[in-house]
Structures are given as structure tokens and as C-alpha cells.
Design a protein around this ligand. Structure first.
Ligand SMILES: Cc1cc2nc3c(=O)[nH]c(=O)nc-3n(C[C@H](O)[C@H](O)[C@H](O)COP(=O)(O)OP(=O)(O)OC[C@H]3O[C@@H](n4cnc5c(N)ncnc54)[C@H](O)[C@@H]3O)c2cc1C
Length: 373
């Protein structure tokens, strides 16, 4: 095992830090994710960092992308931006990279990498996001191809997205070959997008609910083969669960450093109990980080989804919530006055408990794989 960061990764990490500075100088600390902000991310090469070069990306692997996003979080890029970009890149773009037909990749990936098009994953439904296999959105054969009817909920980037990677059930086929993945464009007839105006956290991630009423879907819009949706879902979840929270761990490290400096300045870190609490946060952060690297490394090597991805997602999201709460207690009155932005960080972290599947869904996955071992 080699735990060393390569010199190419080292360069990428410093480029990511430099980008964070330019982003803040251009748009401020936590701007709404407008199309101009997306294009800035694209022009600097981050929207396609792990998209192959022939489709306009930088051709890095997932582990290198994770290191770069972590560095951005450490350098102060807002969590809602990191989350929105993560859904676009590790969700939508990676679905195309891994499963798109040549025509689909060359039509969409260069635009997605430049930020001229924004991508989203639309899997969850109002009746429940945990059991995706029994989704109610229906894809039924029609004379020209298919018609799509149903609803999707909590779609990150949904309010702005130009492309949705969507899951739908084909009622005529037998389970488990009755779930398909498809590409739906924003201008599809019959698609209604209803932005969610206020969420508890991650407030610039432009979430939306979608309604599809008889949207036409051509055979060429299917991602992978008809009925292959569950395999694609697992593969996409492997990328998303392994990578999307990298920037959040970087941001947690930044918060830990700031609170430690504050406590040192007040002399509070001289209390052993305080020091132990800081040391525990540091250790939890490090544990989550290595599990995340392990998951991304495995995804790069074509490891089967989803054991390490689910362990990583579970560990990272719970670490974010529990350590942010602990930092707020440690910073006490200064946290309450808003000096470290920990209230906002906690609200954002709570969103990560459910995104890409709740903690209990991760445990279901890990448990099921354990049974097969
Ligand atoms: C910040 C954020 C971003 C998101 N972005 C997207 C996105 O881009 N695209 C998308 O498609 N979805 C997205 N989601 C939706 C997310 O995937 C769902 O919230 C999640 O899958 C849970 O679904 P649900 O909210 O409907 O809860 P439910 O499925 O109704 O679950 C309710 C509770 O029951 C538990 N539960 C349900 N079934 C089981 C089971 N079998 N075993 C054990 N416990 C169970 C759950 O753990 C949960 O505590 C996002 C959510 C959040 C919070």
C-alpha cells in the first residue's frame, strides 16, 4: 500500500486552493449558483475534472478529484457550491462517462464540463427515496419510443439543470429488469420544474421537484440498455457516495483549525478535557478521510459497488454532523454569535445524512453485503 500523494495530485491540490481564491474574489463567499458561477467553475476546469480529456475534461481519476474538492473546502468554497457541483460531476457526468453511448457522451459531456449545461440526478420520488427499486415513475412504450409519467423530488440542481439522469419503471417488464435509466432534457415537452424555495441548509443547491406528464423519450435517450437501470444506479451511487462530500471534510478541517486557534487564544485548550475533545474531532476527521480515499480508490479500480462507498458515505456524513455540533459546543458563545458559521455548517451537514441515501440505507447495503461474504 502506498499512501503518498503523487506530485501530480499535489499540483492539483494547490490549483484547487488557487481556484477557491479566484472564485471568492469574483463572486464573494457564498453566492447563489447562477449560470455565471457555473461557467466560472467550468472555465477553470473543475466541472469535468474526472471527465476524460476527449470529452473536454481533465481526465483525472476519482481519488484525485476527491483530493481537489477537499482542498477547495479547506480553502473556503461554500458547501452548497461543493454539493451542487458534486451532484453535477460525480452524479450526472459520471453516469455518462461510465454508461453513456458515444453519441450521448459527445453531445453532453463537453457542455457539462464547460458549465454551458448543468446536470442533475433525479432518482428520489415524493412517496419515498429509500426504495428506488419500486419507483413509481413509468416509462411506457409508445409509437415513437416511450412516454414518461411520474414525479421526482429533492433534485439537487433541478431548478437550473439542462439534463436529468432519471430512473423509471417499465411496467411491462418483470423485476428486476423493469427499471431503466434515461436522459431527459430540460426542454422536454411535458416536464414541469418546481424549485424548492427554502431548505434547511445547502441553500444554493437549487433543489427542485419535477413532474413528467407524457414526456416523449426516444430509444436513443435510454442510458444503457432497457431494464439495466439498477446496475447503473449502483454504479452512479458508488461515485456519488464516495466523492460528493470530499469538500465538506475539507471545510470541517478548516472549522477545526479556526476553533482550535480561538480556544488556544483564550487559554481554553490548556484544559485537558478541551484538548481531548479537539483530538477526538481530529481523529474522526482523519478516519472519515481515509475511508473516503479508500472508496474513491476502489471506484477508480472498478471495484464492485457499494461496500466502501456506503461505509464512506455513512462515516463522512455522521462525522460532519457530530463533529460540527461538538465544535459549536467548544466555541460556545462565539459560535452562537456566528463567528465560525457553525450553525449554517450544521444545517448543511444534516442534509448530507439523507443525500445519496440515508444512514439506514447505507447500513442496509453494508449488512446485505456482509451476509454474502
Ligand atoms: C440535501 C439533499 C440532496 C438530495 N439530492 C438528491 C438528488 O440530487 N437526487 C435525488 O434523486 N434525490 C436527492 N435527495 C433525496 C434523498 O436521496 C432522499 O431524501 C433519501 O433517499 C431518503 O428518501 P426520503 O427522504 O423520501 O425518506 P424515506 O425513504 O421516506 O425514509 C424515511 C425514513 O425511513 C427510513 N427508511 C426507509 N426505508 C428504510 C429501510 N428499508 N430500512 C431502514 N430504514 C428505512 C429512512 O432511513 C428514513 O429515516 C436529496 C436529499 C437531500 C436531503
Amino acid at each position: 500500500m502506498d499512501f503518498a500523494v503523487s506530485s501530480a495530485q499535489d499540483t492539483l491540490i494547490s490549483e484547487a486552493g488557487g481556484f477557491a481564491g479566484r472564485l471568492a474574489a469574483q463572486f464573494g463567499g457564498d453566492p447563489p449558483m447562477t449560470r455565471d458561477v457555473w461557467k466560472f467553475w467550468g472555465a477553470e476546469g473543475w466541472l469535468g475534472v474526472c471527465v476524460p480529456r476527449e470529452y473536454g475534461g481533465r481526465g483525472e481519476d476519482l481519488l484525485s478529484a476527491v483530493l481537489a474538492f477537499e482542498a477547495m473546502g479547506r480553502a473556503g468554497v461554500a458547501r452548497s457550491q461543493l454539493f451542487a457541483v458534486g451532484a453535477h460531476l460525480f452524479g450526472c457526468c459520471m453516469a455518462l462517462v461510465r454508461h453513456g453511448a458515444e453519441a450521448q457522451r459527445s453531445e453532453w459531456l463537453p457542455r457539462l464540463a464547460r458549465g454551458e449545461a448543468i446536470g442533475a440526478l433525479a432518482f428520489s420520488e415524493p412517496a419515498g427515496g429509500s426504495d428506488l427499486a419500486s419507483c413509481e415513475t413509468r416509462l411506457e412504450s409508445s409509437e415513437e419510443g416511450y412516454r414518461l409519467n411520474g414525479r421526482k423530488s429533492l433534485v439537487t440542481n433541478g431548478a437550473l439543470a439542462d439534463l436529468f439522469v432519471m430512473l423509471a419503471r417499465m411496467p411491462s417488464a418483470p423485476a428486476p429488469l423493469n427499471v431503466s435509466t434515461l436522459l431527459l432534457g430540460r426542454d422536454s415537452p411535458g416536464l414541469t420544474i418546481d424549485p424548492l424555495e427554502a431548505t434547511e441548509g445547502l441553500r444554493h443547491s437549487n433543489q427542485a421537484e419535477l413532474a413528467m406528464l407524457g414526456c416523449p423519450v426516444a430509444q436513443a435517450d435510454l442510458l444503457g440498455h432497457p431494464g439495466g437501470g439498477m446496475g447503473i444506479l449502483l454504479s452512479v451511487m458508488q461515485c456519488e457516495r464516495s466523492c460528493i462530500l470530499a469538500g465538506f471534510l475539507g471545510a470541517l478541517e478548516r472549522d477545526l483549525v479556526a476553533v482550535t486557534a480561538h480556544l488556544t487564544e483564550r487559554g481554553a485548550s490548556g484544559h485537558q478535557a478541551v484538548l481531548h475533545r479537539l483530538a477526538t474531532i481530529r481523529t474522526r476527521l482523519e478516519t472519515a478521510r481515509w475511508l473516503m480515499y479508500r472508496a474513491a480508490w476502489g471506484a477508480d479500480r472498478g471495484e464492485k459497488p457499494l461496500l466502501h462507498a456506503s461505509m464512506s458515505k455513512l462515516t463522512v456524513s455522521t462525522t460532519l454532523v457530530e463533529c460540527t455540533k461538538e465544535l459549536a459546543e467548544l466555541a460556545a458563545g462565539e459560535a452562537w454569535k456566528g463567528r465560525f458559521g457553525l450553525g449554517r455548517a450544521l444545517a448543511d451537514a444534516i442534509g448530507t445524512l439523507s443525500a445519496s441515501g440515508t444512514s439506514h440505507v447505507q447500513l442496509n447495503t453494508i449488512g446485505a453485503l456482509l451476509e454474502r461474504e
